[in-house]
Design a protein around this ligand. Structure first.
Ligand code: ATP
Length: 247
């Protein structure tokens, strides 16, 4: 894909940008991984990053969260520049991150995992609200993290960040390695979170999952956002996108 005019990365008129990333570059040691990521996430939107393995999607989320070792450019969160801030400071501003590896504490039970997160903002979900979203977790409350299925671990990982009260979520490949029936459950939950007003930046390779929940998508290629598409365009170019992802 060739990079399209930068105008596509600007916020829509009348929309309130909660997160704006401009010309983000990032390095792991000497390896220059991101070469210019630009994106906007408006209040209430669900925006997806797609791209081949190694394109830099996870590194983008990690840079936004302050985890990637070195980054330059601009990352504005709730109108504050956060580049260079610690992950803890960024989380306390109200940004929650659910990493690809899920990071469940394996020696703790489901309940203990759910009780761990700090309260970042009022209105974090109660355990009862969590169980309405994920009924399986109620049944597994005293089960250790290691004994959970991949789907249950993913649900717990999402549930945990919902406990904090943060309304802006970064979700990294929540469907990876999961059975289609679980993928559908997670799609329904994410769609429900969007209806509840959460703002979500999602990394996802599964196009049919992504199109069920997205407003817009950014295509990431070799460390750059090369193009933005709205949902209708993604649906109409599904074949072209599948081919681009699989090359
Ligand atoms: P995937 O779907 O495989 O996770 P991705 O688009 O999320 O792909 P990244 O995980 O951001 O890609 O990786 C981008 C590049 O950075 C890859 O070439 C990867 O090998 C490299 N990379 C990732 N993590 C590290 C690290 N900790 N140290 C060095 N290089 C890394």
């Amino acid at each position: 894909m060739t990079k399209t005019a930068s105008v596509v990365f600007q916020s829509q008129p009348n929309a309130k940008a909660l997160l704006e990333v401009k010309n983000l570059n990032a390095w792991y040691g000497e390896s220059h991984i991101l070469h210019g990521v630009d994106l906007v996430l408006n209040e209430g939107e669900l925006v997806v990053l797609i791209g081949k393995n190694g394109a830099g999607k996870t590194t983008t989320l990690r840079s936004i969260m302050g985890i990637a070792p070195r980054a330059t450019g601009s990352i504005t969160l709730f109108s504050n520049q956060v580049l260079g801030k610690t992950p803890d400071a960024i989380a306390r501003m109200g940004l929650a991150y659910c990493p690809e590896e899920r990071a469940i504490f394996s020696s703790l039970t489901v309940e203990e995992n759910l009780l761990l997160p700090p309260t970042i903002a009022p209105n974090g979900m109660t355990l009862d609200e969590i169980f309405q979203l994920f009924p399986n977790l109620r049944e597994r409350l005293s089960t250790q993290g290691t004994k959970l299925s991949g789907g249950e671990q993913q649900m717990l990982a999402i549930a945990r960040i919902l406990r904090t009260g943060s309304r802006l979520l970064l979700l990294d490949e929540p469907t990876e390695g999961l059975a289609p029936v679980i993928v559908d459950q997670i799609a329904n939950t994410i769609a429900l979170l969007k209806r509840k007003g959460f703002t979500i930046l999602l990394v996802e390779q599964n196009l049919s999952f992504a199109t069920k929940v997205m407003d817009r998508v950014y295509l990431v290629e070799q460390g750059r956002t090369v193009r933005m598409m709205d949902r209708d365009e993604v649906v109409s170019k599904r074949g072209e996108l599948e081919a681009w992802l699989s090359v």
